[in-house]
Each structure stands twice: as C-alpha cells, then as structure tokens.
Design a binder for this molecule. Sequence first.
Ligand code: SF4
Length: 322
Amino acid sequence: MRTTGRLHLGHYFGTLRNWIKLQDEYDCYYMASDLHALTTEYADTSKITENIFEMVTDWLTVGLDPEKSVIFKQSAVHDHSELFLILSMITPLGWLQRCPTYKEQIREIKNKDLNNYGFLGYPVLMAADIFLYKANLVPVGEDQLSHLEFTRELARRFNNFYGEVLVEPLELLSESAKVPGIDGKKMSKSYGNSIFLGETDDVIKEKVKNMFTDPLKIKKDDHGHPDGCVVIKFYEIFSKGSDKYPSFNQKEKDCKAGDIGCSICKKQLTEMLSDFMKPLAEKRKTIISDKAYLEKVVIEGSKKAEEYAHKTMTEIHKALKF
Ligand code: SF4
C-alpha cells in the first residue's frame, strides 16, 4: 500500500478487512510502499516517514498482527530497487504505455507533473515487489487485474531469457465493499471527501451532515430517490447484521414512499459511524503514542522481509550469471 498517510473507510472496506482475514490463512507480507509514494510525491518528501507511521498505525488498529504477518517498509529492503532496475532492462516500453491505470492517472492527476520515468515504470516496481517474495497469490481488486497480467507476462519474459526463477502470481479476488466519499465520488484523500479511521464524534457528525442526499427530497413526505444518495450507501454497509436500526431494504422503501426524512437517516448513520469508530479511535491513540513500538514493528518486519528477498536476489544473480 502506498504510503499516503492516514487511511479512510474506503481503504478499510476495500482492502484492510480482507487483509485481516488473510493473515489467518496464508503467510502474508504487507508492505508500506514508500518508493511507490515517491513516483508521485517526489517533489516533497517531508511527510514520507510520518505517513509510514500513520499508515502502519491504522493497519495495527484494525487488526493486522505483526506476530502473524510480515509488516515492512519497501525502501528498507534494497532488493526492491535492484530488481526494479533489472526488470526495467527487459520491459518493453509498449507494455507500460498501454497500462490502463497509467493512462487513467495521467488523465486525472492534473496538479502534478507525472511525465517521469519512475511513474511510467511503477508496474515494474510492483512486479519486483511480488517476485521477491515468490508470492503465488496477490489480493487485488478487479481494477488491478491488468497489473497482475503484466506481472505474469514479465515473469514469463524473464524466465524465458534466464531460466525459471520468477513465480507467476495469481489474483486472490475477494469480497470488498465500495464506500463513496461524502460527495458521492470515489473516497480519496486528494478529493477531500474522506472519513478517516478513528475519526472523532464531532468530525463524524459534521461529515455526515455534509453528505450528499437526494436534492429533490426537501420535506419528509417528498418521495425520495435513494439511488443517488450517499447516506444510504453508507447505511447499507453499516446496518448489516444490526437489529438496532431498520434494514437497508426497509430504509429504501421508506425513502421512496416519503415516510422518512433525511435528518433521521443522517442521525442514525452518525450513531452507527460513531459506534464503529469509538474503539478504533481509542486503540489508534494508544498505538500512535508508542513510537518505539511502531518502529520496532517496522524494523523487525523489514528484517524478515529482507531475509526472504535476499534469497530470491541470490537466485536472480545466479540466473543472470552475475
Ligand atoms: Fe437518502 Fe435517507 Fe434522504 Fe432518502 S431519506 S434521500 S435515503 S438520506
């Protein structure tokens, strides 16, 4: 995960919830990708270290366990940089230029100059990250399948030149829920529409208050259109399994029939979010205040990762006849 600082509900429901489950079933490596952060944040690195600690704090807060999984920092394992360089030599430019996420980000990120070699080559760095640990499974969302296909093609190309060293990874698709931002766009820190893990009651209240609802539903008895309402999208996720609040289906029906107003929906959602966040906020506060513990987790995890990565690099050197 790129080290961009504090994590939000989009990260939790899209990725982290799944990571927590996986650590009981597999040998997992979870990496704070500071080198990846550099591909777009190269002009100002002042926040990189702080962002690593903020992010790892969130990981530990939601339940990643350094006793079960290897939690490490990418730049602490130098083999990532070396393998990136080696793979760069055999990666055809066309493969990178046609990468859909590259094209999409170049189109969408307008406030940064991304016309640099590192940004074009970030799928190569991602491939190096996977190969070093001989990962046979990578937990990804549908939108990252093209990266994994690229990684497999690159493994085949390498193995074809130098012998069977790199493992072709498969995707581990898992159930994830998409959480919109409070404005209805994708939840993203750069859009300023996020709800962060461990947010306080006051902030939650304010953010829910600002959530986009049906603009045509002014009065309680107006017939609503829940399809475009952000509040109900959150409600659907947070009401699951709860008998304290009306079900999602009931809420949808009541909205359409004009039996409820937006203020009651927002009040209930504020309560749900506060209940969810309260234990996280307390745990987060304890973890972030113990810098020594956080450093220990990252240093020890990075040592374990390095040990594995070195073994793979030795095989790669041998294959290259270095
Ligand atoms: Fe959304 Fe509830 Fe308002 Fe309907 S009543 S538009 S579901 S907030």
